[in-house]
Design a protein. Sequence first.
Length: 136
Amino acid sequence: MNDCIFCKIAAGEIPSTTIYEDDDFRVILDLGPATKGHALILPKKHYADITEIPEDLLSRAAVLAKKIVTFMMKALPCDGYNVVQNNGEAAGQTVFHFHIHLIPRYNGDGAGVTWKPGTLTDEAKKEILEKAKDLK
Ligand code: 5GP
Ligand code: ZN
């Protein structure tokens, strides 16, 4: 993916504020942070989203998220963490190279990683339960 900015950042071709790196991942500070310490886990290989990334790499990304959150909770310190992962334009994905947002939360920070609760209707429940029968 020659034109993918996160491929270039992950490969070290474009400078970034890297807080962690191993053979498979680079973890960088987000340029437009929701809060102080907002970081992104980037796989070094290109996968557009969660549907493309192989399961073993996805598992390791989750373990890495745990490691970094656990460390940074104490190091920053912060009061909580949102672990966010957007897929598709409708979900707010703007860079189409899989990444996980690690967003430190501070009491009263007002960061908007939230939604207005709707209502689970009987119709929606029935429809989704019916479709989920094919889930294996
Ligand atoms: P998305 O909206 O795709 O889930 O998240 C993309 C994130 O990447 C955004 O939070 C944005 O601030 C961040 N971002 C976009 N371009 C760059 C960049 O060149 N460097 C860094 N460090 N972050 C970036
Ligand atoms: Zn890429």
